[in-house]
Design a protein around this ligand. Structure first.
Ligand SMILES: [Zn+2]
Length: 122
């Protein structure tokens, strides 16, 4: 997924120094995420999404590890209100019957060309 990131490199660097290369995301229980991010393995995220007027400033930036970024993104979308409800249809594929076809190869009976049904030999 390629998300827009308007932060300048200097802003990202300042933010990384500020947070000590530690993810600024919050865990579901409210604690700060303990993940230490490394080069190329983090996201500089908007605290207020840019589409909601968030500016690409140091104050509106937060360093997120990729896990936290993956958690936050759907929440952003819901906040923006553009997340379309996707109703997944419950397609259920009928399991194939294990019953042998009448007079098929797996049936003990065999239908002769003249229409008579006889026991399969063997
Ligand atoms: Zn994190």
């Amino acid at each position: 997924m390629d998300r827009r990131c308007n932060f300048s490199l200097s802003t990202i660097k300042r933010r990384l120094e500020y947070c000590g290369w530690r993810c600024e995301g919050k865990l579901p229980d409210g604690r700060r995420c303990p993940t230490i991010v490394t080069k190329g393995r983090f996201r500089c995220d908007h605290v207020i999404p840019d589409r909601l007027g968030g500016k690409p400033t140091f104050e509106n930036a937060q360093i997120l590890c990729l896990q936290c970024d993956g958690v936050k993104t759907p929440r952003d979308l819901a906040q923006i209100g553009k997340a379309r409800r996707q109703e997944v249809a419950d397609y259920r594929v009928k399991p194939r019957s294990s019953r042998p076809l009448p007079c098929g190869k797996r049936s003990p009976f065999k239908k002769k060309i003249d229409g008579r049904v006889v026991m399969r030999h063997g």
